[in-house]
Write a protein that binds this ligand. Structure first.
Ligand code: ZN
Length: 117
């Protein structure tokens, strides 16, 4: 696991990714996280290897709570509270959690829509 999950790393993305990320950031600030599934906000199992996640408060990260996989090292913050001052990186991170859930999922939606079965 990385020592400080809040340490910044630089990535280069195409303009369309940046534009979509800014849009996602604004939407998160306006709408909050209420519509996002628990599998993104506060999962209990690792999206990659399905191991149980450990909850850990990391002092180096301002006492923020993280969910850590002891098997494969997967790390994500527990997205909770008002999500005040959501940053672009948070929006991208949430999108990647959702992508990993889909890629490593069992092919079913986390929250099936009513009336489709
Ligand atoms: Zn794992």
């Amino acid at each position: 696991m990385v020592k400080d999950p809040e340490a910044y790393k630089t990535i280069k993305v195409p303009a369309w990714v940046y534009i979509n990320a800014k849009e996602a950031e604004l939407a998160l600030m306006r709408k909050g996280v209420g519509r996002l599934p628990e599998s993104v906000l506060n999962p209990t199992k690792c999206p990659i290897c399905k191991n149980e996640l450990n909850t850990m408060k990391i002092e180096e990260s301002g006492g923020k709570t993280y969910l850590l996989c002891p098997n494969c090292g997967y790390t994500q913050p527990k997205f909770e509270g008002t999500m005040e001052g959501i940053a672009l990186g948070t929006a991208i991170g949430m999108g990647l959690v959702h992508l990993l859930n889909t890629l490593f999922g069992n092919g079913r939606q986390a929250q099936p829509e009513a009336g489709t079965g």
